[in-house]
Design a protein around this ligand. Sequence first.
Ligand code: AHM
Ligand code: MG
Length: 284
Amino acid sequence: MADERTVEAILDAVAACAPEIRTALPGRRVESGETNPSGELRLAADEYADELIQDRLAEIDGIGAYASEEDEEIVDLGTGLSVAVDPLDGSSNLKPNNTMGTIVGIYDAALPASGRELVGAAYVLYGPITTMAAAVGASVTEYVIREGEREAVEEGLTLPEEPSIYGFGGRVPDWTDAFTEYAREIESDESLRLRYGGAMIGDVNQVLTYGGVFAYPALESAPNGKLRLQYEGNPIGYIVEAAGGASSDGERSLLDVEPTALHQRVPVHVGSSDLIDRLEARLG
Ligand code: AHM
Ligand code: MG
C-alpha cells in the first residue's frame, strides 16, 4: 500500500537526519532567543533539527502536513499522511551533554488527530550510540543507526515481564495527592529502582528495555502536565502499547484522549500494564 511505503520513507528520512543532527549539536548549545508555541526557550539545535526534518520530509510523496512542537502552524506539504514531530526532545539536556531524542508520529488524519489515527510512530535516541525504536502496526523494532541507515537489532520488541525501573517528572511538591500516593507505592516496591534523566525519550527507552513506568503527571500548577499530545503523548503511547505495555492520561489510554488543539498538553504515564493499572486505580 502507498501509505506503508510512505511510512517507511519517513522512517528512513528521520534515520538519515540523525547523524546530521548529532554532528550539528556541539555548536548549537546556545539559546536562540526565541520561544516555542508552548512558551519554552528554544535552542539553536531545536531550530536546526526542526528545519532539517521538515526539509527532508518535504521531499517525500504522500505527506500532506508537517507539524512540529517548535512551530505555531501546520506546514502544508501536499496530500497524504500528517507527520507530527518533536525535533529535539529533552533539549535542556544538551548543555549538560545528556540524552536527547527525536519523536515522530505519523497520522492518517488531519491534525490535531487522535492517537487511534496513528499508522506509525518512532523515536531516535541520541545516547552513546544512536538508536531508533519504531512501531508500525502492532510491532516494535529497535534499530541501530549507522551512517544514516537503519539496521534492525530487535524485531517484535516487548517490555520484559518483570519491571525494574521507574522515573517521574515534575516537581514533587507540585504532584497531586493521588499521584504522590502512587509514587510512594512504587518507591516502596523493592523490585523497582529510580531512573530519571529529564529527556522523555531516554526515560521511556529505559522502560522499554527494563520494564517499569515513566510518568510526567498532571501537576497542581499544570493540570495537563507538560508533555504534548500530538508530538509526545500519542507517539509514545502507541509505541509502548505496541510493545505490550500500556499508556494512560490517568483515566484512559493516551490513544483515546480527545484531540482539541495542536499544542495541547496531556499527563503522560506509560509502561508495564500492571503498573499503569495500579496508577489508574489511584487516579481514576
Ligand atoms: P522538550 O520537548 O521541550 O525538550 O520538553 C519535553 C521534556 C521531556 O523530554 C521531559 O520528560 C520533560 O520535558 C522534562 O521536563 P522538566 O524540565 O520540567 O523536568
Ligand atoms: Mg519533547
